[in-house]
Design a protein around this ligand. Structure first.
Ligand code: RNT
Ligand code: ZN
Length: 422
């Protein structure tokens, strides 16, 4: 009965979009081929499994909240991701951080990690994901306490983190080989300072050298694609971040790496959407960290707001979806964590769908003939089109919950699984 309602609503919606020249069936087919990369770290507040009660510390980022039932080990985290995936239409990737290895109770320092510590993730991923992505973890560690890692002026500290980064490349390459799809390895270091430094240039020069060393060994892009993540400021690094946008953009151009644009890493009024066309005229590929900045925090759960609409519109309008990797990056410990993943992922996919449903030809005609009133009015008209009916139909036919079912599913899991964890 309920299914029929969704099917009937879709039929009506299909006709309405067809009148604008939009083929909704083709759009739904296209939706299936755009994977998100689900960040594992929303599942346990960026803790990881190095020790039993590992917690995020330092690093210019912060998680608040103590909602019950966070994943305490790899099995729980995998189960939680699977639950989230069952509520997200499509087949998606999982993005791991280096602290999420399976270390069997042994202390394995960051400069010691090996592919073997991640082999059970690879096995699991073959069955449950479209691929794995990876990140070095340059925070929550005594050797990061000074606030500087790869840009540290202390040779020993720097060597330690360079070795960590190199090992992450091997692990990424290993995933790429195992899974038959290249791993996107992102490098983000928290390096920076709370107050105004006098040697901005010096730290950046060191970071540049460290990166040169890290990337000195060639790894086939068949297995590994690498990005460096830019940032303007963080918590405790308000005055200076070594890896700024200009620094990494320049480095990436020179070294043939991607940059990672995180929605939370710019001035509050600066739009990532507007950067995509510029970057991709000079670079082959790009990594996105889809997030929601709020005041000084860069990592709130993604919702379907103007920034997200604009971001996905650009990806579709520029026809660059095959050159862009879409990672999610937010962490909130104050609500049901599976719900956080599901809401953020679904919001991103809704924005993608909304963008795919634009009558591009018509909009372009208006624009190119200088009819800016009609362009504006059509964009407004789209906002009251039955987009939700197309979305629900997509969920229904992808065996993911329709909108009205999501909350119940998440709360059932909370009741039956999360609240039973110690
Ligand atoms: C921090 C960066 C980075 C992290 C993750 C955990 O500001 O956005 O991507 O969020 O590596
Ligand atoms: Zn990020």
């Amino acid at each position: 009965m309920e299914e029929n309602i969704h099917v009937r609503s879709y039929e009506t919606a299909r006709q309405q979009y067809a009148e604008l020249g939009v083929d909704t069936d083709a759009v739904l087919e296209a939706m299936k081929h755009v994977p998100l990369s689900l960040h594992c770290w929303q599942g346990d507040d960026v803790g990881g499994f190095e020790t039993e009660d590992a917690e995020l510390s330092g690093g210019g980022i912060q998680v608040t909240g103590n909602f019950p039932g966070k994943a305490r080990n790899p099995d729980e985290l995998k189960a939680d991701i699977q639950k989230a995936f069952s509520l997200i239409p499509g087949t998606h990737r999982v993005n791991l951080h280096a602290v999420y290895g399976e270390f069997g109770g042994r202390a394995v320092d960051r400069d010691q990690i090996e592919p073997e510590h991640f082999s059970s993730w690879a096995d699991w991923a073959k069955e449950h994901t479209a691929g794995l992505d990876f990140n070095g973890t340059f925070f929550s560690h005594p050797k990061a306490d000074s606030g500087y890692t790869l840009s540290s002026k202390d040779k020993g500290i720097r060597a330690f983190w360079i070795e960590h980064a190199k090992r992450c490349r091997s692990i990424g390459e290993y995933f790429g080989k195992e899974l038959g799809t290249p791993t996107v390895l992102n490098l983000w270091v928290p390096d920076g300072s709370k107050d105004v430094p006098v040697d901005r240039m010096g730290f950046r020069a060191v970071l540049r050298q460290s990166l040169d060393d890290i990337f000195s060994q060639e790894i086939s892009p068949k297995y590994l694609k690498e990005s460096i993540e830019t940032k303007l400021f963080g918590i405790g690094s308000e005055a200076y971040v070594v890896g700024s946008h200009e620094f990494y953009l320049s480095y990436a151009l020179q070294a043939g790496k991607m940059i990672c644009l995180d929605l939370g890493h710019f001035h509050p009024t600066e739009l990532i959407a507007d950067k995509i066309s510029s970057v991709l005229l000079f670079q082959d590929e790009l990594l996105l960290h889809v997030s929601r900045p709020m005041r000084w925090d860069s990592d709130h759960i993604v919702v379907l707001n103007d920034d997200i609409y604009a971001l996905f519109q650009e990806l579709v309008r520029c026809e660059v979806l095959n050159r862009v990797h879409i990672g999610l990056d937010f962490f909130d410990g104050s609500v049901n964590r599976i719900g956080a993943w599901v809401t953020g992922s679904r919001a991103s996919l809704k924005a993608l769908l909304f963008a795919f449903l634009e009558p591009r030809k018509l909009l372009l005609e208006y624009e190119e003939s200088g009819n800016y009133y009609a362009r504006l009015a059509l964009l407004e008209q789209l906002k009251s089109m039955p987009f939700g009916a197309v979305w629900d139909y997509y969920c229904l036919t992808s065996s993911a919950a329709t909108e009205n079912k999501v909350i119940g599913e998440v709360l059932d899991y909370e009741h039956n699984v999360l609240r039973r964890r110690g």
